[in-house]
Design a protein around this ligand. Structure first.
Ligand code: ADP
Length: 227
């Protein structure tokens, strides 16, 4: 599904000072595109993903995702839109501690268009190399294993768009390459758009379309210039 951002601004008032975090004049992502975004820490990459997922509302501008103008939707409708259309892989995974790996992946299908499908969840966990971790709780898994569960949870509901915030940040080099290949393959098969934020060269260069965030976000470029 497409994403179109127009005259987007995200600002915070901090101790009387107005801080512009995002200033993106225009950005369009085509259906099924796979894009990596790289840029310095604090430049607003996660904020942009939050805006596309409808987790945060901008101060100004238009954000059209899958044909929906997100700035016109209230919180409840944005929650429903996200449950149906977006697979979000968070930096800190956001796994539910009281549920096993398999249950966490099944929960990924709750409220989505897909009916919870146990075998599909098992198959995805197996693809992620977690065959023998299905009944493990997050506290019983390594950080890298938890991250692969989070990736399976995002993929299983067959979303229109996957937003991945440093999805391989906790993986060893052996798993990084294979997880990116699997993520890209799954998105291609499902016709799903993929946007991945990463600081790892190996990850960024795996994508034909690479966005340098400092070129996209005028706010940070201006701040850097002024410093
Ligand atoms: P990145 O993902 O590129 O590391 P973030 O999107 O996490 O960057 O953060 C961008 C900037 O927004 C940071 O400088 C952060 O301090 C600032 N920021 C985030 N939330 C708030 C807030 N509620 N109030 C003020 N500044 C914030």
């Amino acid at each position: 599904m497409t994403i179109t951002i127009d005259h987007l601004k995200v600002e915070y008032h901090n101790g009387g000072e107005l801080l512009t975090i995002l200033d993106i004049p225009f950005w369009h992502v085509k259906k099924g595109e796979q894009i990596s975004i790289s840029g310095p820490s604090g430049s607003g990459k996660s904020t942009l993903l939050h805006i596309i997922a409808g987790l945060l509302q901008p101060n100004k501008g238009s954000v059209q995702v899958c044909g929906q103008e997100l700035t016109q939707l209230g919180e409840v409708k944005r929650d429903r839109f996200r449950a149906k259309s977006i697979g979000y892989i968070f930096q800190n995974f956001n796994l539910l501690q009281g549920f096993t790996a398999l249950e966490n992946v099944l929960l990924g299908m709750t409220f989505s268009a897909e009916k919870p499908h146990r075998q599909a969840a098992i198959d995805l966990l197996k693809e992620m190399g977690l065959d023998n971790r299905l009944k493990h709780y997050p506290s019983q898994m390594s950080i890298g294993e938890q991250q692969r569960v989070a990736i399976a949870r995002a993929l299983v509901k067959k979303p229109d768009i996957i937003l991945a915030d440093e999805p391989t940040g906790s993986l060893d080099p052996l798993h990084t390459g294979s997880v990116i290949v699997k993520l890209r393959q799954a998105c291609e098969e499902q016709g799903c758009t993929l946007i991945i934020v990463s600081h790892e060269k190996e990850v960024v260069s795996a994508f034909e379309k690479q966005v340098c965030f400092l070129e996209l976000n005028r706010a940070f470029a201006e701040k850097e210039g002024a410093a």
